[in-house]
Design a protein. Structure first.
Length: 376
């Protein structure tokens, strides 16, 4: 078995959470950087990371790391990389990537150069002038930042946030990896009552249920590297069986509510697909009027932001109404993500802690009201 330098891209703000996850999974040499986490893995660990990681976006193998300020330097750097060690003669190797603050800023041109260099390297390695690319897909990715080029092989395929339970979302879905990070930041372990009063498509309650049960998010999906002949098929079965053996069984108190009946129905369908419908209750209710479902617990939500002026004013009125409704909810820890910079003003109280997170490309703050925990 070989050892690979691996990279897990992350949404900004949750790199540390992903790093902690990888350490708990037993990964070696974990290093947290802006926007990503690096670690070392053999084939078994590579499969385990894909199956079990909740907050990373995908698992990439680092193929090369070099400096390039010209197309010739980019070509030579890729050409020197031993691609034939991982990509077979018939392998399809599409290229995608991004550039930032570098001499080389044209993504299409860089894609063409990387493809040309990879084709020359593989053609010479296999003694052919034409590569059929009829086999499995070996997605090559490049990152060029500050003239530093990193070339990767994607082992995941569709991003890790695509768990498979949410085929259809509502109008403003929260990415599953971000929802999992938000739940982990509350330190929820399944003992408290957990309530999402704006559940939408059910992502936060479903991710909370997966965490409470210690259920691997990638248990029932496929990964690109499962088609790689150099990665033994048994490592995937082993990773899934090991994850299944570590699942918990028990009764958990998780509630998702929304004032849109369609969202409630969608949430219930998604929970069934995720295999956690038996531990989540969904309810059609207005968050600013419904009675608290318990004396104490964890409230965690992604309320409407309102990106346009009229929508923003409506969202601000919603925050104010929610704050008034929860004035006496002293037994509840409250965790709310929003892009509204004046959220605390409208909500009616200052948070105990906050953390900058990104919901897609939207910069948000995660406001944390710790309630009685703050007094301990």
């Amino acid at each position: 078995m070989g050892n690979y330098e691996c990279c897990v891209p992350c949404l900004f703000g949750i790199e540390g959470i992903a790093g902690d996850e990888l350490r708990r999974l037993g990964m070696e040499n974990v290093r947290v950087e802006n926007g990503r986490v690096l670690f070392t893995a053999d084939e078994t660990a590579l499969a385990k990371a894909n199956v079990c990681l909740r907050t990373g976006e995908r698992v990439l193998i680092v193929l090369a790391d070099f400096t390039a300020r010209s197309f010739e330097e980019l070509f030579q750097g890729v050409y020197r990389t031993r691609l034939e060690d991982l990509i077979p003669k018939d392998g399809a190797f599409p290229v995608k990537g991004h550039c930032l603050n570098s001499q080389l800023m044209s993504v299409p041109d860089c894609q063409a150069i990387v493809k040309k260099a990879a084709s020359k390297r593989l053609g010479e390695a296999y003694g052919v002038t034409w590569l059929p690319e009829t086999g499995a897909k070996y997605q090559l990715q490049f990152s060029i930042m500050n003239d530093r080029v990193q070339l990767y092989l994607d082992t995941t395929g569709p991003g890790l946030h695509k768990r498979g339970y949410r085929a259809v979302g509502n109008d403003a879905p929260l990415r599953e990896t971000l929802a999992a990070a938000m739940v982990q930041l509350t330190r929820y372990r399944g003992r408290e009552f957990l309530w999402d009063p704006f559940c939408g498509s059910g992502t936060i309650p479903i991710e909370a249920a997966l965490i409470a049960r210690n259920k691997a998010p990638g248990m029932y999906r496929r990964f690109a590297a499962e088609a790689f002949p150099w990665l033994p098929a048994q490592v995937w079965g082993q990773a899934r069986q090991e994850a299944k053996d570590k699942e918990f069984r028990g009764k958990y108190r998780i509630l998702g509510s929304d004032n849109d009946p369609k969202c409630v129905s969608l949430s219930m369908a998604n929970a069934r697909k995720a295999g956690v419908a038996d531990v989540i209750q969904f309810r059609d209710a207005d968050a600013t009027k419904m009675s608290l479902p318990a004396q104490e617990g964890i409230l965690i939500c992604n309320p409407p932001y309102g990106q346009r002026m009229l929508e923003r004013q409506s969202a601000q009125r919603l925050y104010a109404a929610l704050g008034r409704h929860l004035t006496c909810a002293d037994g509840w820890k409250q965790y709310i993500i929003t892009s509204e910079p004046e959220f605390e003003h409208y909500y009616g109280k200052r948070c105990d802690k906050r953390r900058k997170l990104y919901n897609g490309m939207i910069q948000c703050n995660y406001y944390m009201y710790l309630g009685q925990e703050r007094k301990k």
